[in-house]
Ligand binder design. Structure first.
Ligand code: DQA
Length: 147
């Protein structure tokens, strides 16, 4: 199995971006820990970050036939992008939505997630650990569907 770890806008700035909200870990550290964590379960993880909605859409489309699951932190596009929601519906690849911060404890405009409608579930508020929880959830989901 292979998983796609997809990060959206501004997440390239992790480590320096509002560290009081998003923590001190850089995107590179986060991606490496995902790759290593998945590897322990014999799963390959491929990571991609983009600030561009269209690039994220293409990555979701290209995941067909390549990746068995997607971990998606769509950043602010979470709250705005019907297109990303439709892409997840379209490819029918199990997707877990992740946020570093607890979006429900923040501004009202962050409470709404288009991604959540199409995802199998949402993990938020656990920092980088949430990505590992999402990897676990997908691995468990995939093992159930291959039983
Ligand atoms: C975020 C939460 C979003 O509201 C915000 O726009 C981000 C990061 C998070 O990981 O907590 O860019 O997705």
């Amino acid at each position: 199995h292979s998983l796609l770890i997809l990060n959206g806008p501004n997440l390239n700035l992790l480590g320096t971006r509002q560290p009081e909200v998003y923590g001190a870990e850089t995107l590179e550290m986060l991606e490496n820990s995902c790759i290593q964590y998945a590897q322990k379960s014999g799963v390959q993880a491929q990571c991609l970050q983009s600030n561009h909605e269209g690039v994220l859409l293409d990555a979701i489309h290209d995941a067909r036939g390549k990746h068995a699951g997607i971990v998606l932190n769509a950043g602010a596009y979470t709250h705005t992008s019907v297109a990303l929601m439709d892409a997840i519906y379209s490819v029918e690849i199990p997707t877990v939505e992740v946020h570093l911060s607890n979006i429900h404890a923040r501004e009202a405009f962050r409470h709404q997630s288009y991604i959540a409608r199409a995802a199998i579930g949402q993990i938020c508020g656990f920092g980088p650990q949430g990505y590992l929880m999402a990897i676990d959830a997908l691995i468990q989901k995939l093992s159930q569907s291959s039983d």
